[in-house]
Design a protein around this ligand. Structure first.
Ligand code: ADP
Ligand code: MG
Length: 348
């Protein structure tokens, strides 16, 4: 399994709280003019003439991640990604983040450094400023809370509630891969427990593992839609699974939706892994979470602009609320969509 074999283990007490904060927050560059003051005072100061978009997500060890197979650098990266994804889902530009950590003394300074390497890579790649946070002790596991801030003019912000009858339902990328990546990791963990000499069999599924361990927020899709002059009528990011996000859009917009099984974008390795695990790939696409793709509705007139784009799939359309939410199967059968987040796939 992936384990920290780094021999250097400097106790956090050696640096103290302030030393640790200085150590982890150095080497972060400020790139936005809207960041008037970042780390170093009692509060950060931002200045902007647009609307601010603010979102927070907390990741808890043992609930959201398992350090026996999640490298800390990936964890740092992912904790920023899940927040940026929410900013992009508002059709906004992500500009700043704060990162708060509760950490137990079983972690050496080197572990915190690894976590921040991932956070720094995410900030750099996505062009966001780290402007503050908090550092505290934890008696049990590691907790990471990230707040992301974004900006957008008020006429461009996209909410969950704007879907209208006849709009097309579009999803970016492909879905179900992050969930199958988790299945592979959990299987390999079980194999490792039974026989630590076993080499993990993960090569074949590198795409699935990458989708689980190092997801990318779809900043590129927001840019693409802007370039195409397509303003979505409603939008949400796929953190919990397609079916529950469809339910959110429908509830907020007071509409129904019909989606088509044969239109759901699946990577071939998701299909292969589903066969191996004896799982139905459509169920995984509907219920598996953490893909961090964008799900949105657009007016039909935009169809010519998006139909040939390999990053976008039209999977259905908006109907009157009285029709409800339905999946049309490959066999032409119509079955109701229920909110089934990825947690409901777990047996415990
Ligand atoms: P205070 O006592 O006012 O809460 P701190 O000593 O906790 O201040 O923090 C000092 C500065 O370092 C602040 O700007 C704070 O936002 C920042 N900071 C603290 N912890 C972190 C962290 N884990 N990541 C990023 N910035 C942090
Ligand atoms: Mg503090």
């Amino acid at each position: 399994m992936i384990e920290d074999k780094n021999p250097a283990r400097t106790p956090i007490e050696n640096l103290g709280e302030f030393g640790l904060i200085d150590f982890i927050t150095k080497n972060f560059e400020i790139v936005h003019d809207s960041t008037v003051k970042g780390i170093g005072d009692d509060a950060a100061v931002l200045k902007n003439d647009k609307c601010s978009v603010v979102t927070t997500d907390m990741l808890v060890e043992g609930v959201h991640f398992d350090l026996s197979y999640v490298p800390l650098k990936h964890l740092g990266y992912k904790s920023v990604m899940v927040n940026l994804s929410d900013v992009y889902a508002m059709n906004a530009k992500a500009t700043q983040v704060t990162v708060s950590i509760a950490i137990s003394n079983r972690f050496p300074v080197e572990a915190v450094e690894e976590l921040y390497d991932g956070i720094r890579l995410a900030c750099k790649t996505y062009g966001v400023d780290l402007i503050g946070g908090d550092t505290t002790a934890s008696r049990s596991g590691l907790i990471i809370s990230v707040t992301a801030i974004g900006e957008q003019s008020d006429d461009k912000i996209v909410y969950r509630n704007g879907a209208g009858d006849g709009d097309l339902l579009v999803v970016s990328g492909d879905i179900g891969a992050a969930y199958m990546g988790l299945q592979i990791l959990e299987r390999e963990k079980a194999v490792f427990k039974a026989n630590p000499q076993n080499q993990p069999d993960i090569e074949t599924y590198s795409y699935l593992l990458e989708r689980q361990l190092k997801p990318e927020a779809r900043k590129d899709i927001i840019k693409l839609l802007n370039d195409l002059e397509v303003q979505p009528t409603s939008m949400i990011d796929l953190s919990d699974g397609l079916s529950s996000e469809i339910v959110h859009l429908c509830k907020h917009s007071d509409v129904g939706m019909t989606i088509y099984e044969d239109k759901i974008p699946l990577d071939p390795t998701v299909i292969t892994a589903c066969e191996e695990f004896n799982l139905d790939s459509t169920t995984i696409a509907l219920s598996g979470g953490e893909d961090y793709e964008l799900l949105f509705t657009v007016k039909q007139e935009h169809f010519p602009k998006i139909k040939a784009n390999p990053n976008l799939s039209v999977i259905g359309h908006v109907v009157d609320a009285s029709y409800g939410m339905n999946l049309v199967t490959r066999g032409g059968e119509q079955i109701p969509i229920k909110a089934m987040g990825w947690n409901s796939l777990k047996e415990d």
